[in-house]
Design a protein. Structure first.
Lengths: 76, 622
């Protein structure tokens, strides 16, 4: 299956969009997760809030996904 | 539904001599949420009942016993003779017995550890042909015991020593592959000998524990070993005794703990009351439905000697909240406990969550097979863990919704066709990603607008129509403006500059309203409406990743099936393990993200929360 260079670049670009946003989300979640565990050590009831706070930055990777998807649209 | 139980504030006053009766009755009724009084110029807080001191003393004893006997709290059926004297005397007896045993245990353990150290020393001396009493202090003799680094050096050392003195006695043997020596010499040449020894890399060992032993080392070793075995047996017996004590008194101790805690709660209740030297005053909240019944009861048992004042909640009151929901939606109150309870005046979103949470969950997991599996799993778990009932009920509802969406998407464990039968579907998630994304965003827009609508109702009820319109209605206007913009650019023939002019002029309306309603914060929040909507794209993303994973699992298993033979087994294994993992991932993802969409995107549009939970006096907190 021969793929044109331009298509390959588009695929690469959308991959980069995911990679970058996933990395950012992971980083943010790590920071929040650490803080949440710290807070839980003090007060165990904070588990629910900690869990929610930890998944908040996941939106970043969703944005990345949307952008990646839009970039892929260029290939058609 | 949508509103918590109606509450009435209650004030009960009466003479001090009725205080105990009232406390007892309130504890029985389990209906009054007491507001703690804080000391002011009019009244101090009450004093605990006389029995409180003694009660807490016994309770401390009982709890110490529970801790010492390593008793785990559990549901028990035990008829406790409810007299303090009985509990106290039993607890004291038990404490004494336990202490005796613990003391004995400690002594035995000390003896065992002493024997262990003697044993270690005897083990070294076992092969030395010298009686143990010779390792005692002498006047004219000195002796050295210890290891030589090189095992062949013993003879060389002897020759060296013979040069210094003729009066010596040297034993040597191998202990654990090291050369052990015992050397007796005249004490006068002790320093000279110790110099020689140092040159021979001698490391001394001292024997401090065998001082009282006499005779042959190996015979002593055997004796000590026997003694230790006896002690070990004794230790085991004592431990068993303590375990038995715990078993025998487990029910009694747990029942006493419960009973005493309850009594202590009653005895210490006056600490929450306002009190004067001869009267008391209790402030609190009672659900309005139970009000007249409870007041009648209190009046009856005190022969109308108390005064009860009640009124319905006022606007500025901080009312404790008891959520009111139909039985089937009750499980979802769990999410409110996890977050924060809605205040008395605002709409309780539990019922709305009951409707929307499983929908979002099912949208993400969306596979008939997965839904069926998790449904069965949670049904079984519900039997096994009745305590997690609420949580599991939520998951059961979500599983049902997953099955429903599985039918819509036409998916069964990732397959879109079974055999040659093609599953009917309304939208195929794998093949129509565009449609899925569009649908996810539409769900988002509906959900967010629902939130704004509830927010409007909340504001309208608490601050009137104008505030409601400015704070929440402005968002609707803003959305209408967005639609208008799309229409303007796509369906009209104005020049570009006119279009932009119209755009900017009309933008003033929603901006002004937002500014009036929510201040500068509202303006700053404008981009969040886009990011919030976009956030619903996760409905597509998580669902898609789940389907694609299922497809990959199915494909790789299929390759093994085609090869036939025992490779079919590997295929089955891949299917089972793969789908189990995918279900777990899907459950976790769908659960958290559906919850997050509610907490972050939905609740921020209307929810304030922060109310205290209604906890009536006498009701055990679980």
């Amino acid at each position: 299956m021969a793929v044109e260079i331009s298509t390959g670049l588009i695929a690469l670009a959308s991959g980069l969009a995911i990679a970058g946003s996933a990395f950012a989300a992971a980083w943010a979640e790590k920071e929040i997760g650490v803080a949440a565990i710290g807070a839980m050590a003090e007060k165990e009831e904070l588990f629910g809030k900690g869990l929610i706070l930890t998944v908040i930055p996941e939106t970043i990777v969703i944005f990345g996904l949307v952008i990646a998807y839009l970039i892929l649209g260029l290939a058609k | 539904m949508l509103r918590p139980y109606e509450m009435s504030s209650v004030i009960i006053t009466g003479p001090k001599n009725l205080q105990e009766t009232i406390i007892k009755e309130l504890h029985n009724l389990k209906i009054l949420h007491i507001i703690e009084h804080s000391k002011n110029e009019f009244a101090d807080i009450g004093r605990p009942l006389e029995s409180a001191n003694r009660l807490s003393e016994i309770l401390v004893k009982v709890r110490a016993l529970i801790a010492a006997l390593n008793i785990k709290k559990q549901e028990i059926k035990f008829e406790l003779k409810k007299s303090f004297l009985e509990i106290e005397s039993t607890a004291r007896k038990l404490t004494e017995e336990l202490n005796i045993n613990l003391e004995e245990l400690k002594k035995t353990e000390e003896l065992i550890s002493k024997n262990e150290s003697i044993k270690q020393e005897l083990e070294i001396l076992k092969d030395i042909n010298a009686p143990l009493e010779s390792f005692a202090p002498y006047k004219s003799l000195a002796y050295f015991t210890g290891y030589l680094k090189d095992e062949n050096k013993a003879l060389a050392l002897k020759e060296e020593l013979l040069k210094a003195t003729q009066k010596l006695m040297l034993f040597h043997c191998l202990v654990k592959k090291r050369c052990f020596i015992v050397l007796f010499i005249d004490s006068k040449i002790k320093d000279a000998v110790s110099n020689i020894l140092r040159k021979a890399n001698f490391s001394p060992v001292s024997f401090v524990n065998i001082g009282n032993l006499k005779g042959n080392a190996s015979a002593n070793f055997k004796k000590i070993e026997e003694e230790t075995a006896k002690l070990q047996k004794k230790k085991g017996e004592i431990k068993a005794k303590i375990v038995n004590l715990g078993k025998d008194y487990k029910d009694f101790l747990i029942a006493s703990d419960d009973f005493l805690s309850e009594q202590l709660e009653k005895a210490e209740a006056p600490l929450k009351f306002a009190a004067t030297p001869s009267s008391f005053l209790i402030k609190g909240w009672i659900p309005t439905d139970d009000l007249s019944k409870s007041i009648d009861r209190l009046n009856k048992i005190t022969h109308n000697k108390i005064f009860v004042h009640f009124e319905s909640a006022k606007k500025e009151d901080k009312v404790p909240v008891k959520l009111k929901n139909p039985k089937y939606a009750k499980a979802f109150e769990f999410f409110m406990d996890l977050y924060t309870l809605p205040t008395y005046k605002e709409i309780d979103p539990t019922f709305i969550m009951f409707l929307t949470y499983p929908l979002l969950f099912g949208f993400m997991l969306g596979d008939f097979g997965y839904g069926l599996t998790t449904l069965i799993l949670f049904m079984i778990l519900k039997r096994l863990m009745p305590k997690a009932k609420n949580f599991l009920n939520i998951l059961i509802f979500s599983s049902l919704s997953t099955m429903f969406f599985g039918l819509l998407f036409g998916e069964f464990f990732g397959f879109e066709e079974i055999g040659s039968f093609y599953l009917p579907h309304i939208l195929s998630r794998v093949h129509d990603i565009n449609g899925l994304m569009f649908l996810a965003l539409v769900v988002g827009i509906i959900h967010i607008n629902l939130g704004l609508l509830i927010g409007f109702i909340n504001e309208y009820k608490s601050h009137g129509f104008r505030t409601g319109l400015y704070a929440k209605g402005s968002w609707f206007i803003f959305e209408i403006w967005l639609v208008f913009v799309v229409w303007l650019f796509n369906f009209t023939n104005f020049t570009l500059s006119t279009k932009i002019l119209i755009l900017l002029l009309t933008l003033i309306v929603p901006l002004y309203m937002l500014y009036k309603g929510e201040g500068i914060r509202g303006i700053i929040e404008i981009p969040s409406i886009f990011s919030n909507t976009l956030s619903y794209a996760r409905l597509m993303a998580i669902g898609l990743s789940s389907v694609v994973l299922a497809l990959i699992i199915n494909d790789s298993a299929e390759q093994f099936f085609h090869k036939g033979g025992f490779l079919v087994l590997i295929g089955v294994l891949i299917l089972v393990i793969g789908h189990v993992i995918n279900i777990m991932l899907g459950l976790l993802g769908s659960f958290l993200h559906s919850l997050r969409l509610h907490y972050v995107e939905f609740f921020t549009k209307f929810f304030h929360g922060g109310a205290k939970k209604y906890q009536p006096f006498g009701l055990k907190i679980q």
